[in-house]
Write a protein that binds this ligand. Structure first.
Ligand code: MN
Length: 415
């Protein structure tokens, strides 16, 4: 497939991708968008020019919207058809390629747009599905000999997170304050977090509403998943270690999480499917699944100090996940919990086996014991004020490449 839009060979936004997002075009016009190379396309105007007329079930201009929710709720038959039609329109020799008026009105360069949150997120859940991450954390905080708790290999452990503080890439995050208890103190103290961390995660977005009492099977789960984003689940480790027993994370997590602005569809990722790690012991029937449900997505984390350069500090891969998305959604709903359009389900920190593939500062520095060296000679145990964390993700196979772009966030001093 060759597009009439030129882009770099290593672009995440190749003709094979066609992701969806929401952009502010120019001063104040907002609409659903897609991207090829460094061109952002206004889909609402493309619709108005009649280019999506032949798609059944697309009766209204759902792209004239501040979120993708209305579009993705139309379900896979419609959203897939739209994606494939846009892909066809971007090929060399297409009707659109010769229509300079439409191209002029629908195509924008990156510096003409600002990306917004792609969806309204009614509910956010964070899983804990990387065996390497769960093992590392268990070793550090509990018992090195029994790092995984007895339930871990029987169910995808998760907790309900906070949807209100999920923000799009580029949004600054203010260092949280809270209670911590220094190891040598009898009582807790209040102040700015001293062990601020990132968590390298991916998240999937659900495209339907279900009724209470209804469950989604592993076989049906992918139909309910519109696509994926990269997710930085910022974490305050000192606050976390004091507050998390017995009910799990609370203020250590709910001050902010960042998402990449482009939702990459499961259909775009289809060529990058891969087998899951073998699950032993065997899981209960409702968690069994068929086919390749993992995806080979390279993930990178960079840390950039104020006025400095980026240092690559972690290289991981989504394929390391022990529990896959279909199992996560089946487990989440097996008790009759309803889901809503736009719900966001994050993977949990994605660590690999090698120390350079760990998905958090907590693991990379082993709770601050082995500071990271940055390119300019500075060291980091945790994230400092005015540091920017950048996560990137892409898949590449047989000459085909597509990706997520990046999710960035800068830490501002506590107020
Ligand atoms: Mn997390």
């Amino acid at each position: 497939m060759k597009s009439f839009v030129n882009y770099a060979e290593n672009s995440d936004f190749s003709i094979h991708n066609i992701p969806f997002g929401v952009a502010v075009f120019g001063q104040e016009y907002i609409a659903c968008a897609t991207r090829i190379g460094d061109i952002v396309i206004d889909i609402a105007t493309l619709y108005d020019f009649g280019y999506l007329n032949e798609i059944e079930g697309l009766d209204d201009n759902v792209f004239e919207a501040y979120t993708l929710n209305e579009f993705i709720e139309l379900g896979k038959p419609v959203t897939n058809a739209v994606r494939l039609k846009i892909q066809e329109l971007l090929l060399e020799g297409s009707a659109l390629s010769g229509d300079t008026k439409s191209v002029d009105e629908c195509f924008y360069t990156l510096n003409q747009v600002k990306m917004m949150m792609p969806v309204h997120v009614p509910n956010y859940t964070d899983f804990y599905s990387s065996i390497e991450h769960a093992t590392n954390v268990g070793k550090m905080f509990r018992d090195p000999a029994n790092a995984l708790l007895p339930n871990w290999k029987h169910l995808p452990v998760g907790y309900h997170g906070r949807a209100s503080s999920i923000v799009v890439s580029g949004t600054d995050i203010i260092r949280p304050k809270g209670q911590t208890k220094p190891a040598d103190a009898d009582f807790p103290v209040f102040g700015a977090c001293k062990q601020l961390d990132f968590e390298l995660e991916m998240a999937f977005i659900v495209n339907k509403n279900t009724e209470m009492g209804e469950s989604i099977s592993t076989a049906d789960a992918e139909d309910a998943i519109f696509g994926m984003v990269i997710f930085n689940d910022w974490s305050a480790r000192d606050i976390q270690s004091w507050e998390y027993v017995p009910l799990g994370p609370f203020l250590a997590k709910n001050f902010g999480s960042s998402v990449s602005p482009w939702v990459v569809t499961l259909e775009a990722l289809d060529s990058f499917r891969t087998a899951s790690p073998v699950q032993e012991p065997e899981v209960l029937d409702y968690l069994k699944f068929e086919g390749d449900k993992n995806f080979d997505i390279n993930l990178e984390v960079y840390l950039q100090p104020e006025n400095g350069t980026e240092t690559l500090i972690s290289e991981s891969n989504y394929k390391f996940m022990y529990w896959n998305m279909t199992q996560q959604l089946a487990h989440h709903t097996v008790n009759g919990c309803n889901v809503e359009v736009g719900d966001l389900y994050a993977s949990g920190t994605i660590s690999g086996e090698n120390p350079n593939s760990f998905g958090s500062m907590l693991e990379l520095t082993w709770r601050g014991q082995n500071p990271l060296k940055l390119n300019d000679g500075q060291e980091r145990k945790f994230i400092e004020d005015n540091d920017t964390v950048i996560m990137r993700g892409f898949a590449e196979k047989n000459g085909i490449r597509l990706g997520f772009g990046e999710v960035t966030g800068k830490i501002l001093p506590a107020v």
